[in-house]
Design a binder for this molecule. Sequence first.
Ligand code: TYD
Ligand code: MG
Length: 456
Amino acid sequence: MAKVKKAYFCSKCGFEAPKWLGRCPSCGEWNTFTEEIISRGSNSAADIAADMPQTMPQRVSEIQQEKVRRLDMCNSEVNRVLGGGLVPGSLVLLGGEPGIGKSTLSLQLALSSHGLKTLYVSGEESAEQIGMRAERLGIENEECYIYSETLLENILLQIKQHQPDIVVIDSIQTIYTESIDSSAGSVSQIRECAAMLLKYAKTTGTSIFIIGHITKDGAIAGPKILEHIVDVVLQFEGDGNSVNRILRGIKNRFGATYEIGVFEMIDKGLRAVENPSEILLSHYDEPLSGIAVGASVDGIRPYLIEVQALVSNAVYGTPQRNATGFDARRMSMLLAVLEKRVGMKLFQKDVFLNFAGGFKVADPGLDLSVVSAVISSYFDRPVAQGVCCAGEIGLSGEVRPAPRTEQRVAEAARLGFKRIIVSGFLRKGLKKPKGIEVVFINNLGELPRAIFCEEI
Ligand code: TYD
Ligand code: MG
């Protein structure tokens, strides 16, 4: 009989220890160690992997010649995030909260990859359920196979038989290998299954998408260990109450990670949004106070987003400061600067801030638009129509240039904005685009006149 081996794993980072520890020496978390039985019998992962095709050392010049090929996923947003398409033989981890649309996105990719043979393996849903979903998506593909199974050995057998170009594993937490005794979803199972899939992907050139659930604090698939193993980590984000989703590259061995993909969840699955500003700007019949538009960039992609602020008299002693989609501490800083440098009395005011479409933004270039929305709500006066801003605010109230301001200005002009307010530091260097007036301001005191289009 195979010898039973026990080990303790940190459920946060996957650190392995021979005995229980109160605090993980690797990630520093307390009470994260769980006992798992790892019995490495005769049918260990190494034995199973032994009958897989083996690779040989190659000259670097020879490898580079074949590497240029990328598979077209037939989805502009996913291709963009992957850096121009999927590299054959890559292992891609797709993480996201439950219900965000990971299964929908991956099934859609499996169905729409025309000319490629795809296999969608689900350990969560039955083949009928997936069939129903595929019908709903309305994409026909004869070369897409569905397989409902949780045992990795069976899955690998089917993959070897069918030889697909792309495999989707939904999800890594539900599949298990017989070579380890611990239950599916445990750290050792996830690690072993991912390692076996990685070996298969690398030796055969099959691309594998692994879906991973996200923990409450936002880490992909609990154990960080998966992120080290895979080539690409994609995170699917969005607010559960809104239909907008962002696909973000967190790690990419074959491209940059600054690209984002924007999707909208509709009744027929996920629609690629090639022009994100279209969903982030609302159209009002009459101007409203408390709304400002900021020109932002996420990675290298410019888009315009609407900020809403509400400034009202505080009922309780301590005023409330609430920000959705924006760092609350940054908002407090901006309010303090407004109070000190512009003389607005905000200490007795509740301030609420909201970004359109449930977007989370971390772009300091949106400071000016946040402050504009607050000023507009404070004076109960709408920002002049066709005005947007892009700039960072410093502690002394100076307006600093936002990164990639030129791109932001160009995007605002493309969307028909009439005036954009940017930092005065850019007065000399900025190329003047057609059709938009660029207003330069040096400090926050000049902002109210600029947004209300008064003489400066
Ligand atoms: P799902 O892909 O199952 O999420 P995950 O795999 O990340 O847990 O997505 C489920 C949600 O998507 C569900 O709440 C319904 C919604 N949905 C649509 O709105 N339209 C569609 O066409 C599909 C297939 C799902
Ligand atoms: Mg799912």
